[in-house]
Design a protein around this ligand. Structure first.
Ligand code: PMV
Length: 315
């Protein structure tokens, strides 16, 4: 029988979901974004096997792996995926699967476990999936915690894993509400903003300036656990996103209700124009208030833990 590789062990890795605290869309134009991980994970298992099979996903991943690692062949393997990250809802499911795959494959191939390299490989796959993503999603789920991300230009990215976490007084009060999978893809939403920047450049310019300001402000507010200003900033950031047309009327009305009840909420990621915008990041000092609003609207929700560990080897 053919020797498969030197390492017949099963490899298991897991990767969390992500959420944009602020900075989505602005990040496409070189502005900073603040992202964090969410305690939902995808688990990838890779083990040797003696026949080759491919899927649409591995057809994208394998050429990247071969080219970047200078491999002629990849030993046959079996790929198993299990996940509790909802797909297409702004939680970075495609970034998570990409990071998990490349992380697991580096181990399977007996290569050095290097988060920077795994992140770079995952970014290449994300570009195939989404066109021209900023790379914030894959960086966040790979490195974990609270991540400051800025794509300064095509060749330069700032990825800072922040040396503090969201304080307990804030972190215990987040709820995600599932407003439904957006009809529009993230690429389409990014394209819509691009069109707006050509038709009404002043609107997008104003959005970028204001979003950069509040994203920077958010950093200190989180560091200090300043709830009053946290609520104000999330509200301002959300209003800015609404001005560039990435929040549907259905979702903005839910957000107004949460705000009127003393909380704040925002879309996270590309958003949507028609109805659903994916996961809504909602905050209230009493999370039951948010849960009640979601229940009244028959929307599913879950209380989450933010800032969890990024890519991790499980076995
Ligand atoms: O929709 P998501 O979760 O993939 O997030 C997209 C975030 C954008 O800023 C709109 C695009 C990007 O590439 O950063």
């Amino acid at each position: 029988m053919k020797q498969l590789n030197n390492n017949d062990n099963v490899v298991v890795v897991s990767v969390p979901a992500k959420i944009h605290l602020l900075g989505e869309h602005a990040v496409v134009y070189g502005k900073p974004a603040l992202l964090t991980t969410v305690d939902r994970r995808i688990t990838v298992t890779i083990q040797p096997r003696h026949s080759v099979s491919s899927t649409r996903m591995t057809d994208i991943f394998e050429p990247i792996l071969k080219k970047e690692l200078g491999l002629k062949e990849i030993p046959s393997y079996k790929l198993e995926i299990s996940s509790n990250i909802p797909i297409g809802c702004g939680l970075g499911s495609s970034a998570a699967i990409s990071v998990a795959y490349f992380g697991a494959m580096l181990l399977f191939l007996g290569q050095h476990w290097d988060l920077g390299k795994i992140n770079a490989l995952a970014y290449k796959a994300e570009k195939v999936f989404h066109g021209n993503p900023s790379g914030g999603d894959n960086a966040t789920v790979c490195f974990g915690g609270l991540v400051w991300f800025q794509k300064v230009n095509a060749d330069k990215k700032i990825i800072k894993q922040l040396p503090f976490s969201i304080p307990e007084n804030l972190s215990k009060n987040f709820v995600l509400i599932n407003t439904g999978k957006p009809v529009e893809s993230t690429g389409e939403m990014v394209g819509g903003v691009r069109l707006l920047s050509e038709e009404k450049p002043e609107v997008v310019e104003k959005f970028l300036t204001q979003q950069e300001h509040v994203t920077k402000e958010l950093l200190n507010v989180i560091k200090n656990g300043d709830e009053k200003n946290f609520i104000r900033i999330i509200k301002e950031g959300e209003k800015n996103l609404e001005r560039i047309g990435v929040v549907s009327a259905f979702v903005s009305s839910i957000i107004r209700e949460i705000e009127n009840a003393g909380g704040a909420a925002k879309i996270s990621g590309g958003g949507g124009k028609t109805k659903g915008t994916g996961m809504l990041l909602a905050y209230h000092k009493n999370p039951d208030v948010i849960k009640k609003i979601a229940e009244e609207k028959k929307l599913s929700y879950f209380q989450i833990k933010l800032g969890v560990e990024g890519l991790r080897r499980e076995a």
